[in-house]
Design a protein around this ligand. Structure first.
Ligand SMILES: Cc1cc2nc3c(=O)[nH]c(=O)nc-3n(C[C@H](O)[C@H](O)[C@H](O)COP(=O)(O)O)c2cc1C
Ligand code: SF4
Length: 482
């Protein structure tokens, strides 16, 4: 990058001060302007604030100067950006409030003639709309929201906001890009399959035969499978033992740092279920008797995950599940021990830190915690755990839970007792509440009930299940044989 003082160390006329560093960009713009007809617009993407103060990046004044130079060189619009990959602050993750960077667009608008466009966490139309009305922005730009739903502008035009598949800023798409693998999107599994009819990017075709489908569990996998099966014309009922839909995603949406945005996906899936006529029966645990009575053609087990209670003492009163903690059902003691070191356990620790001055320790077997967390999130989570003085007991296991302490076996196999007023079980395992049985012609299992993974996999499982539900008999990996 010629423009940034962070990377441009040249000593010739293309280096030096911001004018020298902008020369390359200016000459390119002037060259293009001369070479193309005047009615063809030229836009440029430039950084309005590098957020690299810790390593000698451009100051905001220098960035503005480079943009003024581009403006004078004859650009027709500016796409202004914020930060670099190397920036030590969050730029596009969920912990950055939507609209956070609009002040940069506003500053550009005040200083240049060309219209200003900006992306960066403008995920809902109300925010850019307001900014435009206030003269802070000219064009609403989106990257991830359009990966999540390329029909977003059309749906807004048609006033169908409930149908917009919401980006949850998980950055799975980016992480895959950085690893040179094909993109995939957590909330839209059809990404990359737009031309394949069976993936339903333009909607699913009606099935020739109508099946009676029962889905057990209204988490994201179950909701997604049900919505597609119903869109295909099947008679679909979801049974959910809790009083709300959304499962782990809804619990996670209680977390701090923008995690409430998970609920947008739950709301979207629920809206799709409602739209396609899925019956959702809450507060109703499913029994084998119920299933045998219902005589469904297909049963989809989407019962998610639950804490593993095999540690001696797990049934004690001060032992709670991470879901109870996240849903605010638990009064936490001063010393909290979290059993687990995955992303779900870390989110629980952050929630607890956010709620008060607890002393928190996490215990789990891996050499590093958060191995399942996206790289663009894990560093900031670790930073926050450090700031909150969370003790990470790596390569360790809780051997026993006692009334006021837990016994931890460390990497050296030595056992130590650490104080614990509340023990949070965040050691999730597949929840196999419903046994396999001959209660339907076809029984499937999807989501964390198969194997505990991230939401990306749960939604994908649900989506593929919906795609395949009318192809019975169809052998899939998760199809359960009687
Ligand atoms: C998969 C992916 C690829 C991207 N590739 C580029 C790129 O090549 N050049 C660029 O300037 N920005 C790139 N970006 C950044 C986006 O253009 C955008 O600035 C950023 O995602 C913030 O906008 P958003 O909040 O609307 O996603 C990419 C982002 C994603 C998610
Ligand atoms: S993968 Fe995640 S961040 Fe990327 S578009 Fe999909 S939901 Fe948004």
């Amino acid at each position: 990058n010629f423009i940034s003082a962070y990377t441009n160390k040249r000593t010739d006329e293309y280096g030096g001060d911001i004018h020298g560093r902008s020369r390359f960009m200016k000459e390119i713009l002037e060259g293009i302007r001369k070479a193309i007809p005047s009615d063809v617009a030229i836009g440029i993407r430039l950084c309005g604030e590098e957020l690299l103060d810790d390593r000698g990046g451009n100051t905001p004044e220098e960035s503005l100067e480079s943009i003024k130079i581009a403006d004078k060189a004859g650009i027709d619009y500016l796409s202004v950006t914020a930060g670099w990959q190397e920036s030590p602050v969050s730029v596009i993750s969920r912990d950055v409030p939507m609209g956070n960077w609009l002040y940069i667009a506003e500053r550009m608008k005040k200083n240049i003639k060309a219209p200003v466009s900006m992306a960066y966490r403008l995920f809902v139309p109300e925010i850019p709309e307001k900014a435009m009305a206030e003269g802070k922005l000219d064009l609403w730009e989106m990257c991830r929201p359009m990966i999540a739903d390329p029909f977003l502008p059309k749906k807004i035009m048609e006033d169908r906001q409930q149908d917009i598949i919401p980006c949850i800023a998980c950055n799975v798409c980016l992480a895959r890009l950085f690893r040179d693998t094909e993109l995939c999107c957590t909330v839209r599994p059809s990404l990359g399959h737009e031309n394949e009819v069976e993936w339903g990017f333009y909607g699913f075709q009606k099935s020739k035969t109508k099946k009676k489908v029962i889905v057990i569990g209204a988490g994201i996998a179950g909701l997604q499978a049900a919505a597609i099966a119903a869109e295909k014309g099947h008679d679909v009922t979801i049974y959910e033992k809790n009083d709300h839909v959304g499962g782990q995603f809804s619990a996670a949406a209680h977390g701090p740092w923008g995690d409430q945005e998970f609920q947008r996906m739950v709301n979207y899936l629920k809206a799709q279920c409602d739209k396609h006529g899925v019956k959702i029966i809450l507060k109703t645990p499913v029994t084998k008797e119920l299933l045998e009575k219902e005589k469904a053609d297909s049963v989809i087990i989407a019962t998610g995950a639950a804490p593993d209670k095999s540690i001696p003492g797990s049934d004690k009163k001060h032992v709670v599940s991470l879901f109870d903690v996240l849903e605010g059902k638990v009064k936490l003691g001063q010393n909290v021990v979290i059993v687990g070191g995955t992303g779900a356990a870390i989110s629980t620790a952050l929630y607890i830190l956010d709620k008060g001055k607890h002393t928190v320790a996490m215990v789990d077997k891996p050499k590093k915690f958060g191995l399942d967390v996206n790289p663009s999130y894990v560093w900031r989570y670790m930073k926050k755990l450090k700031e909150g003085n969370v003790v990470q007991m790596l390569q360790s296991a809780v051997k026993e839970i006692r009334d006021k302490e837990v016994v931890v076996e460390g990497p050296d196999k030595k056992e130590t007792a650490i104080p614990a007023d509340t023990v949070v079980l965040a050691n999730l395992a597949p929840n196999k509440e419903v046994g396999y049985g001959k209660y339907a012609k076809d029984v499937y299992m999807i989501g964390d009930a198969v194997q505990v993974r991230r939401g990306t996999a749960a939604i994908r499982d649900g989506y593929k299940m919906g795609m395949r539900v009318d192809f019975f008999p169809y052998q899939t990996y998760h199809r359960i044989k009687h």
